[in-house]
Design a protein around this ligand. Structure first.
Ligand code: C2E
Ligand code: CA
Ligand code: CA
Length: 405
């Protein structure tokens, strides 16, 4: 290797950086090719190559975690070195928010690389991993997906709706809005595949705002066609899912209110669904935002209840109205005594705390009957109806016959 201040030359076969070692610099390749290798047992697995214009080892500019890969020159290479000191110099006068953001991004990036790498190794076996697990491609794919997703808001994102059935009177109480991405080439993509990227990139905020406004408009349309014989007496509503990131935006509540006002929607026509993670990831924000929502009369449901946080203490610290029992408990309630007991306990807890309960994932009549006997108030699941596009909701509402259970 030949050094000249920030410029370095590596000869074919030289190692630029080694997996596991603490890194102090990144390199921008000016000429030549390098290969990226990861240790797999006694072997080194090649996961990609890099040429002129690429940067390698960039994470070392920001923290001193061990290198996640080895980089070796396959041809003689000219590179520009950027040390951590150089980098720190550039950002020394930067805004503290920028510095903090860089650390947050870096942590997420590392987590994402780990998750993507290991999940694809498990699924595809080592032979196929070579191409897929190019670490940079993973990041690039996430960026590409995020950009496509941004374009999709307002055109290719749609809401599907699943009815929520009032058990006592066997009528429709409302719908849950569930997002789908109608990708022009890949077809319909389910939220499990794109919501995590939307959450990581922060795009979720824009998406949730779009979903809220869409739901506010649709609640009027649906209410207009729903036959009073099948409509529950309580105010008809659409329930919208929100993520922790939504609550981290300072104008979350103001925007929420503005949307209701703009669409002429009353607070009882929209319910919010959030998961328990909000309470321990952002307790201060959660408390403030939920208190404001509660003061205005908004209904807040805890989604996937029972799967997340181990402490129930938040139930008395935060103003929530409804517990949505996770579908995993419902799925096993008729075969596993523990699941049945757990559901009965959640319903008892809710009764004592004056909360409502919705059970999710009802796929069989027997589950609906058992939940009715347990005094569960509302149900949702494929047995009643699968989530459906808006056009089908209108037909569904005109034709639906109440199932017997
Ligand atoms: P979730 O909020 O718990 O929604 C319930 C999921 O269970 C939905 O999956 C629904 O289609 C599915 N489901 C309903 N009934 C049954 C049943 O009887 N059996 C089974 N096996 N599944 C049933 P989906 O639509 O794929 O959504 C998955 C998750 O993605 C949602 O889970 C929610 O966490 C998230 N998500 C969906 N739409 C949005 C959104 O607009 N915003 C946010 N932040 N997250 C969303
Ligand atoms: Ca939900
Ligand atoms: Ca759920």
């Amino acid at each position: 290797m030949v050094e000249n201040q920030t410029k370095k030359t590596f000869f074919a076969g030289d190692t630029l950086m080694k997996e596991g070692e603490i890194g102090h610099a990144a390199y921008i390749i000016e000429s030549g090719q390098v290969e990226i290798l990861v240790d797999r047992g006694n072997n080194k697995l090649k996961i990609g190559t890099r040429g002129p214009g690429s940067m390698v080892g960039e994470m070392a500019m920001i923290d001193d975690q061990p290198r996640t890969a080895t980089v070796r020159a396959v041809e003689d290479c000219e590179v520009i070195e950027i040390t951590r000191e150089d980098f720190e110099g550039w950002i020394e006068n930067a805004d503290p928010v920028l510095k903090m953001t860089m650390h947050v991004i870096l942590t997420r990036y590392r987590d994402m690389l780990k998750k993507s790498f290991f999940s694809s190794v498990k699924k595809t076996g080592v032979e196929e991993t070579e191409k897929q697990n190019d670490l940079h491609d993973v990041a690039l794919n996430a960026i590409k997906m995020r950009n496509e997703l941004k374009e999709a808001i307002g055109s290719d994102l749609v809401l599907y709706y699943q009815p929520i059935v009032d058990i006592k009177n066997r009528k429709i109480a409302g719908f849950e809005a569930l997002m789908r991405w109608m990708h022009p080439e890949k077809g319909m993509i389910s939220p499990g595949a794109f919501i995590p990227i939307a959450e990581q990139s922060g795009l979720i905020v824009e998406m949730s705002r779009w979903a809220l406004e869409e739901a506010c408009r649709k609640v009027h349309d649906f209410k207009e066609v729903i036959n009073s014989d099948i409509r529950s007496d309580d105010p008809f509503y659409i329930s919208v899912n929100f993520s922790v990131r939504d609550f981290a935006t300072p104008d979350f509540f103001d925007h929420f209110q503005e949307t209701l006002k703009k669409t002429n929607t009353s607070v009882d026509q929209i319910h919010l669904e959030i998961t328990e993670s909000l309470f321990f990831e952002q307790p201060a924000l959660a408390s403030e935002a939920l208190t404001r929502c509660h003061e205005k009369g908004l209904n807040i449901s805890i989604d996937d209840f029972g799967t997340g946080y181990s402490s129930l203490s938040y139930l008395h610290s935060f103003p929530v109205n409804t517990l949505k029992i996770d579908q995993s408990f419902v799925r096993s309630m008729l075969h596993k005594e523990n699941s049945y007991t757990l559901i009965r306990s959640i319903i008892g807890l809710a009764e004592n705390l004056n909360l409502k309960v919705i059970a999710e994932g009802i796929e069989h009549q027997e589950e609906a009957t058992a939940l009715k006997e347990l005094n569960c108030q509302k149900c949702q699941g494929y047995w009643f109806a699968r989530p459906m596009p808006e056009a089908d909701v209108l037909t569904f509402l005109k034709e639906w016959a109440v199932p017997d259970f």
